[in-house]
Design a protein around this ligand. Structure first.
Ligand SMILES: *Cc1c(COP(=O)(O)O)cnc(C)c1O
Length: 422
């Protein structure tokens, strides 16, 4: 099926007499007739539902739709994008391991994978996403277990050089994890470029209406864990908490998601509520329509900003002349995302004054939903930093992160114009 059809029809496929719309299985538990039936589930000998912390049908049907959209083999939902990135990493790395991450990451992911995982004994090297393949190779150690980056980074809008990261990782027998939140599978399918595992903050475009925090992990099934068994003991040696099951042997291409569910979700419990999964599914039904409108509007607005003499600079990878325009055309030819960043002549103070004059466009700590909104990282998410620290983190002090919604572009531009001329 084409991705538009998958958005609408993927996942839940009712049979005769069943609900047309995905039901919410608002139940923590599931019933069995014999003790043995339940015992086999606990041994992972049969598949089936028994407790919603491990699996729930509503969640699984929505994960299945996201899996189909990404072209993967298995997927799971998590309570948030943060949980998705943490589980994806922690399913591979343990104390004593090392990972490489791009410096162009969402701030929450950056904190998670530099400060919090360090407390668990996992070391991290941060690299510039535009590092050369030779220099990236030099950062690989014997205990390096993965490379993680964003397909389009939030908020710096760097488009990932997939070929470079994938070729260096695979030459060293390690997988690549890509957070594909900003382009979504409508505009970019990282598995087609060799990426092994994809994560999402479904809170953003997938939900699209700012109603439910959530995350997802999708596995391509392509990484051969057993071929590098010494590097990945968690997947390739027996799990004593499951009577000595070796995930990569027993579950083949399903090993990664099975382990993350049976082990990490069992022990850490960051599940998405079935109610939120239901809302996410309604969002997914229109993802293809919304992404197109977000991108069409963003291009119109970015072009208008670029031609306005009060604007100092504009970043949008869909805009001709942008630093990442050519790379975006290669990896996401149908569009990028609806997020644009820009700064005003007059710097930080002018940016703040401008934002306060906006009428329809709201100031919110969110991005990627149907309603246009702005955020000034220097005053909000990165408030504690000096201008020097901001620049080191790749956030210009005057940077406005503008998440362009699916309203009429003329109305968005009219609001910008009245605020600029105030
Ligand atoms: C928001 C975001 C996250 C974190 O997701 P939450 O759902 O807020 O936990 C991770 N990655 C990217 C790219 C994001 O934009």
């Amino acid at each position: 099926m084409n991705k538009e059809t998958t958005c609408v029809q993927g996942g839940w496929k009712p049979s005769k007499g069943e609900a047309r719309v995905l039901p919410i299985y608002q139940s923590t538990t599931f019933k069995y007739d014999t003790s043995d039936q339940m015992g086999r589930l606990f041994d992972l000998e049969d598949s089936g539902y028994f407790y919603t912390r491990l699996q729930n049908p509503t969640n699984d049907f929505v994960a299945q739709k996201i899996c189909e959209l990404e072209g993967g083999v298995a997927a799971m939902l998590t309570s948030s994008g943060q949980a998705a990135n943490f589980y994806a990493v922690f399913n591979i790395c343990e104390a004593g391991d090392h990972m490489i991450i791009s410096s162009a990451l969402y701030g929450g992911t950056f904190n998670l994978l530099t400060a919090t995982t360090a407390k668990m004994g996992i070391e991290t090297t941060v690299v510039d996403p535009d590092i050369s393949a030779e220099d990236l190779q030099k950062e690989i150690r014997t205990n390096t277990k993965l490379i993680l980056a964003e397909s389009i980074s939030n908020p710096s809008l760097v488009v990932l050089d997939f070929d470079k990261f994938v070729s260096v990782a695979h030459a060293n027998g390690i997988p690549v994890i890509v957070d594909n939140t900003f382009p979504t599978p409508i505009n970019c399918r990282p598995f087609e470029y060799g990426v092994d595992i994809v994560t999402h903050s479904t809170t953003k475009y997938m939900d699209g209406h700012a109603v439910a925090v959530g995350g997802a992990i999708v596995d391509s099934g392509n990484f051969d864990w057993m071929a590098h068994a010494d590097k990945f003991p968690g997947l390739c040696t027996p799990d004593e908490t499951y009577h000595g099951i070796t995930y990569a042997e027993k579950f083949g291409k399903g090993a990664f998601i099975t382990k993350a569910t049976a082990q990490l979700m069992r022990d850490l419990g960051s599940i998405q509520s079935p109610q939120n999964a239901f809302l996410l599914n309604i969002g997914l039904e229109t993802l293809h329509l919304r992404m197109k409108q977000h991108c069409d509007n963003a291009l119109k607005v970015a072009t208008w900003l670029k031609n306005n003499d009060k604007i100092a600079w504009v970043n949008y990878p869909g805009l001709e002349g942008d630093k990442y325009y050519e790379r975006a055309r290669k990896y996401m030819p149908n569009g990028t995302c609806g997020v644009v960043t820009f700064g005003l002549k007059g710097g930080r103070d002018a940016s703040i004054r401008f934002m306060d004059q906006l009428k329809m466009i709201a100031i919110v700590t969110h991005v990627a939903d149907a309603r246009s909104c702005v955020l000034h990282p220097a005053s909000h998410t990165h408030r504690q930093m000096s201008d020097e620290q901001l620049l080191a983190a790749g956030v210009q002090p005057d940077l406005i992160r503008f998440s362009i919604g699916i309203e009429n572009a003329d109305d968005i531009i009219a609001d910008l114009e009245q605020a600029l001329n105030h």
